[in-house]
Design a protein around this ligand. Structure first.
Ligand code: HEM
Length: 413
């Protein structure tokens, strides 16, 4: 039997407020040591098994037969039956073989070439973003720098025309951050925003069926495997999934990484001297920040995990944020080390069927944005208090004041 947790005050992992001061890493480390499959009571749910060791997180992530995404969805918080029914149409919340069919269709559009083709536009967007702040010498890193890039990239990927993008941004902002009081988003508001986005997506597909271009959504309206195509509803849900999955994650990665560099300034200096370290640095930013802290699964049978019996139907939440600091896998796990290699982090998933579809796109966005930051704002530093998102799911930063030596815009936009 694991020893009781004794050294650190317990943290209520199911309370979104517990994450505002920061991911509770000392407590997660204590759980890994003493109670790696930890029963967590919930005020607003049935309670769950919190899985914190790297190997166990990988097992839960890969073993979809025993740990289902479909039964109750993948969000760590409780959803109503209506919400579960609606979310079950999204690939993130499907199990094989249904998921496999869907993923094969979507993969046909989401090719490495499609990602490569976006690179030039990502460079232009990064320059335009820095142009918009560089003369001022200060900015809110989140709202003025890291929020814009992922939104523009997804709009470009999906083929949303420039003059319609602001509507998409508004819907996606209203759909996320709903646990945080600053955004005043009620579940009803989020649902209205989602419905508006579906309506818009359906109009866009109708146009792309008649007049297809090279973008992902045009391709997806045409793809076929063994005579099967994606239905209108599936296309709309995929549009919504990409808007949410590709947006908050990448934004919070870039913001969280900037904050981490302020805590480890020697690592920023190292990157300034050797930008060729960007590929390993991007992996380390992903490990260190881990924007998606956890996901939920539901046990499909009575089973045992690391000797702990788990009943059929039990809620299981596995913590990527903890796995990525597991001292059995990573040396000095609480230090940011841009040269870390190998770096088998599971920020994009632990190799199961849902492994992040946008991983390579996100990697490219991170490297491009940071290349431009290193070149154009080399002396960037913190200029006020960081404000973190209230969420038990996303490791988020809402505001991060920064300052740097003012410079002239490049004006290439
Ligand atoms: C730093 C950025 C990102 C992080 C940390 C991240 C993380 C994740 C994680 C943890 C999963 C679930 C993996 C699993 O359960 O095995 C996931 C799935 C997914 N991600 Fe990402 N993601 C990021 C960026 C993106 C981007 C840019 C896109 C698309 C434009 C995207 C699209 C998706 C989709 C569609 C899925 C569902 C795949 C499936 O169910 O088969 N993600 N992501």
């Amino acid at each position: 039997m694991p020893e009781a947790v004794t050294h650190i005050d317990p943290v209520d992992l199911s309370d979104s407020r517990a994450y505002v001061p920061g991911v509770p890493h000392p407590y997660l480390a204590e759980l890994r040591r003493h109670d790696p499959v930890h029963w967590t009571e919930e005020a607003d749910g049935p309670g769950y098994w919190a899985v914190t060791k790297y190997d166990d997180c990988v097992t839960v992530n890969r073993d979809y037969e025993r740990f289902s995404s479909q039964r109750k969805g993948t969000m760590p918080f409780e959803l109503s039956d209506d919400e579960i029914a609606q979310q079950s149409l999204m690939m993130l919340n499907m199990d094989p073989p249904l998921h496999t069919r869907y993923r094969r269709l979507v993969n046909k559009g989401f090719t490495p070439r499609m990602v490569r083709d976006l690179e030039a536009s990502i460079h232009r967007t990064a320059d335009r973003i820095i142009d918009s702040v560089c003369e001022k010498g200060e900015a809110d890193f989140v709202t003025e720098i890291s929020a814009e890039l992922p939104l523009q990239v997804i709009a470009e990927l999906l083929g949303v025309p420039h003059d319609e993008r602001h509507r998409m941004f508004d819907w996606s902002n209203r759909m996320v951050g709903s646990e945080d009081p600053e955004y005043h988003v009620t579940p009803e508001d989020a649902l209205v925003a989602a419905m508006e986005l579906y309506g818009y997506a359906s109009e866009l597909f109708a146009k792309k069926r008649i007049d297809p271009h090279g973008d992902l959504m045009s391709v997806l309206t045409q793809v076929e495997i063994e005579g099967q195509r994606l239905s209108d509803v599936e296309l709309e849900l995929f549009f919504l999934l990409l808007t949410v999955a590709g947006n908050e994650t990448t934004r919070n990665l870039m913001s969280g990484a900037m904050h981490a560099f302020f805590q480890f300034p020697d690592q920023w200096r190292l990157l300034l001297e050797s930008p060729s370290l960007l590929p390993t640095a991007a992996e380390e930013m992903l490990r260190f920040v881990t924007p998606v802290m956890n996901f939920r699964r539901t046990a499909t049978c009575d089973l045992e995990l690391r000797g702990t019996p788990i009943k059929e139907g039990a809620k299981v939440v596995f913590f990527h944020a903890s796995a990525n600091r597991d001292e059995d896998v990573f040396d000095r796990p609480d230090e940011l080390d841009v040269r870390r290699d190998p770096n088998p982090h599971i920020a994009f998933g632990g190799g199961g069927p849902h492994f992040c579809l946008g991983a390579n796109l996100a990697r490219m966005e991170i490297q491009v944005m940071y290349r431009h930051l290193l070149e154009r704002l080399p002396d960037i530093h913190q200029n006020g208090d960081v404000e973190r998102l209230q969420s038990r799911f996303i490791n988020g930063v809402k505001h991060l004041p920064v300052a740097f030596t003012p410079s002239a815009p490049l004006g290439q936009a």
